[in-house]
Design a protein around this ligand. Structure first.
Ligand SMILES: CC(C)(COP(=O)(O)OP(=O)(O)OC[C@H]1O[C@@H](n2cnc3c(N)ncnc32)[C@H](O)[C@@H]1OP(=O)(O)O)[C@@H](O)C(=O)NCCC(=O)NCCS
Length: 220
């Protein structure tokens, strides 16, 4: 697998947009296949550099990033975002520490984007899963592939850590590129109103959602 990773890394270096997109397709195969988290991270970084006009890096979130992330989330979702159904699943529960990432230009202090995941459980059997989000990119940095890179990176690390199921509430046309599907969440319900068409599931391990049904609940 390392060999495959190196081969792919070697292939990334040109800045042709179509080629970069097809390489993102190859990275996607890694998420549902066997891969090394480190190799995946490197691949995403290289691909991201092809997209962006300047060097940026994905880094683990640090506690001191908190205020900047809150500011980004206020800009993206507004200060009353905590009223949404998904926040019932997050309130009072910390995000998964290993799965908080920021994207930024090392030459400047600001954070350009943030991705977090929350732990959740499904049904009476309390099947563990992840809730993807919130994800936000600074308005001036949108459309550069930052969210895409953060999501691939996050999913790759999540799978490497042994997570099997990811759920989210978001726009299907955007999240389908990562393998999220409405069909994978039709046996699941959320503890409050959501537009059902936006409630999506992803199996990081094929078949992980088979037979899983019921209400999504808080992990604590
Ligand atoms: C959604 C968001 C995170 C995307 O960040 P980004 O870094 O601009 O995304 P990317 O550059 O990876 O992807 C941009 C591409 O996705 C498309 N896209 C973005 N949002 C989309 C949506 N809701 N539905 C369909 N396509 C979408 C863009 O048109 C663009 O397409 P292109 O590559 O063909 O030009 C960013 O717009 C944001 O922070 N929005 C406010 C917060 C938000 O809505 N978060 C998601 C909640 S579920």
């Amino acid at each position: 697998m390392i060999f495959v990773g190196r081969r792919l890394i070697g292939a990334i270096g040109r800045t042709n947009g179509d080629a970069d997109r097809s390489r993102l397709g190859l990275i996607r195969q890694f998420v549902v296949g066997d891969f090394e988290a480190h190799s995946l991270g490197t691949l995403v970084q290289r691909t991201l550099n092809c997209y962006a006009s300047r060097p940026v890096e994905i880094a683990p979130e640090h506690p001191e990033d908190g205020p900047a992330i809150e500011h980004l989330l206020d800009l993206a979702f507004g200060p009353d975002r905590a009223g949404k159904t998904v926040y019932k699943l997050r309130e009072g529960i910390p995000p998964v520490a290993e799965l908080g990432f920021v994207i930024h230009d090392p030459a400047k202090p600001e954070i350009d984007g943030s991705l977090r995941f929350w732990p959740i459980v499904i049904g009476e059997e309390r099947v563990p899963a992840l809730l993807l989000g919130p994800i936000a990119v600074a308005p001036e940095d949108r459309g550069k592939g930052y969210a895409k890179a953060l999501i691939w990176h996050g999913l790759g690390v999540a799978r490497a850590l042994g997570h099997r199921i990811v759920l989210l509430v978001g726009d299907a046309p955007y999240y389908e590129q990562f393998g999220f599907a409405r069909a994978l969440a039709t046996n699941l319900t959320l503890p409050g109103w959501v537009d059902e068409a936006r409630f999506l599931g992803l199996e990081l391990v094929p078949g992980a959602l088979s037979g899983v049904r019921g209400m999504v609940g808080r992990a604590a």
